[in-house]
Design a protein around this ligand. Structure first.
Ligand code: OAD
Length: 233
């Protein structure tokens, strides 16, 4: 029995990390075209880095919540279990998840535009903005996927394959508006998976769900696990 999970910003909401859409969402306060595109970075790397430095500090202070922990426990007790995330905060790994596929990169990674080296840089706040490469002194960029950029090929191919193979596909805390990640639940459903959703609000995935739990991640995931046990019993 293969269980595959797709998470979005909603799973980290209970850790105090703002989501992107909705009333208190980041894209309500900030313009993504000024902060999360290659063009914005070329125009003003300092401004973009200041925003990422602020988010990195917020994430550094946050702790994984019950939702992250339940998914880490699921991985321990279900043999064929995979977690695909759109989140860049690394909180799944901090909660103990190991089989994590990051579709949109990781906010703790930096990539040099000159020598192309990619490495983890955990300092928050950064010592210098914009930061420079520790190998060659070139300009670094955040190791995340921006609007208009392709997703990492390996991660995306793996995510498509897992979604096709899933017996149970669990979608948690994503508005399912950003493609290609939003396509994954539909691929899973078309390929015969049972679809379970945990989200306080309805999403485009909701009408296709076998079980849809209108709950926060921490509460909803406990119930989702009960549902998964029914299918795996
Ligand atoms: P969104 O901000 O679009 O959606 C967050 C979802 O979480 C919404 O559907 C909320 O209803 C739900 N939610 C809020 N609180 C929750 C809670 N306590 N428990 C469970 N769910 C809750 O975030 P994403 O769908 O992750 O991309 O956004 C996808 C991508 O858009 C992000 O990865 C980012 C963004 O632009 C890039 O930066 C490339």
């Amino acid at each position: 029995m293969k269980v595959v999970v797709l998470t979005g910003a909603g799973i980290s909401a209970e850790s105090g990390i703002p989501t992107f859409r909705g009333k208190d969402g980041l894209w309500n306060k900030y313009d993504p075209t000024q902060l999360a595109t290659p063009e914005a970075f070329n125009k003003d790397p300092k401004l973009v880095w200041e925003w990422y430095d602020w988010r990195r500090q917020l994430i550094a202070k946050a702790q994984p919540n019950e939702g992250h922990r339940i998914l880490a426990q699921m991985e321990n007790s279900i043999k064929d279990f995979w977690l695909i995330t759109q989140n860049v905060d690394g909180l799944h790994q901090r909660a103990g998840s190991k089989k994590v596929i990051e579709l949109h990169g990781n906010i703790w990674k930096v990539r040099c535009l000159k020598c192309r080296e990619e490495y983890f840089e955990y300092k928050a706040p950064l010592e210098e903005i914009p930061p420079k490469c520790k190998y060659c002194g070139g300009l670094l960029r955040p190791g995340v996927v921006w609007f208009g950029e392709s997703l990492p090929t390996d991660a995306l191919e793996k995510a498509f394959k897992l979604s096709e193979e899933a017996d149970i596909f669990l979608v948690v805390g994503t508005s399912a508006q950003v493609y290609p990640a939003a396509e994954l639940p539909f691929i899973a459903k078309r390929s015969g998976a049972k679809l379970i959703e945990v989200n306080p609000e309805e999403t485009p995935v909701t009408p296709y769900c076998d079980v849809s739990l209108r709950e926060s991640a921490s509460t909803g995931l406990k119930k989702a696990w009960e549902e998964i046990r029914k299918y795996t019993a």
